[in-house]
Design a binder for this molecule. Structure first.
Ligand SMILES: [Fe+2]
Length: 209
């Protein structure tokens, strides 16, 4: 029998993201940042949609905590999408990056929220785990893209957005793993968690590739 555990699932999801996104590299830094900024401004809707599926209070707590962190932990000036906008505004291409996205990306996002709202509890948890699993890879891509639009690497690394994320993503991934531990203790199937995680990786790939 194949030995599959929670850490395996996260590793499989990361390696899939690496193949589908990281190895391809960023073709258009402006477009990448435009899409990531949009996702950043909407991401808590995914946490909320997943939360709406979850019946276990301990997992409700973890998802709410991730969403609350994205929304600035009680300080609305620290909302992550605002911090990212502040950073992007240092680029001479800022007006292109912050302009409206094309409809197909918006449509994909809306369809994903609807899909998530109809998932089973364990698949929805898997989706959030999949969303968080490649966080460090995404930060690295983001760093490259920001340098690509003319912001110095030092400015990027010392920005509030990056300082917070190098700390916070660790917490998010821990929350995701904790949620999976609770799910497993509750007798859910790994295959369903994986299925949700795989959907998240495909979503991210389409969203930012
Ligand atoms: Fe964030």
């Amino acid at each position: 029998m194949m030995l599959i555990c929670i850490e395996n699932i996260e590793d499989i999801l990361r390696s899939k993201f690496r193949k589908q996104v990281v190895d391809q590299g960023i073709k258009d830094a402006v477009k990448f940042l435009q899409q990531w900024l949009y996702l950043s401004s909407q991401v808590t809707r995914l946490h909320g949609a997943a939360l709406a599926r979850v019946q276990i209070p301990d997992i409700q707590y973890l998802l709410a905590e991730i969403a609350y962190g994205e929304c600035g932990f009680g300080n609305k000036d620290k909302i992550h999408s605002k911090l990212l906008t502040n950073l992007i505004n240092q680029s001479v291409f800022a007006c292109f990056i912050t302009q409206r996205l094309n409809n197909s990306v918006v449509h994909l996002f809306e369809e994903t929220v609807i899909g998530l709202s109809n998932m089973s509890q364990d698949e929805a948890i898997g989706f959030i785990v999949g969303l968080e699993a490649p966080a460090y890879q995404i930060l690295q891509l983001l760093r490259e893209a920001l340098v690509g639009v003319g912001i110095s690497d030092i400015e990027v690394l010392k920005s509030e957005y990056f300082v917070i994320h190098y700390d916070v993503e660790k917490e998010h991934q821990k929350s995701g793993s904790e949620a999976m531990d609770i799910i497993m203790d509750s007798g859910f199937e790994l295959s369903k968690i994986y299925k949700g995680g795989d959907k998240a990786i495909n979503f991210l790939t389409q969203m930012i590739a």
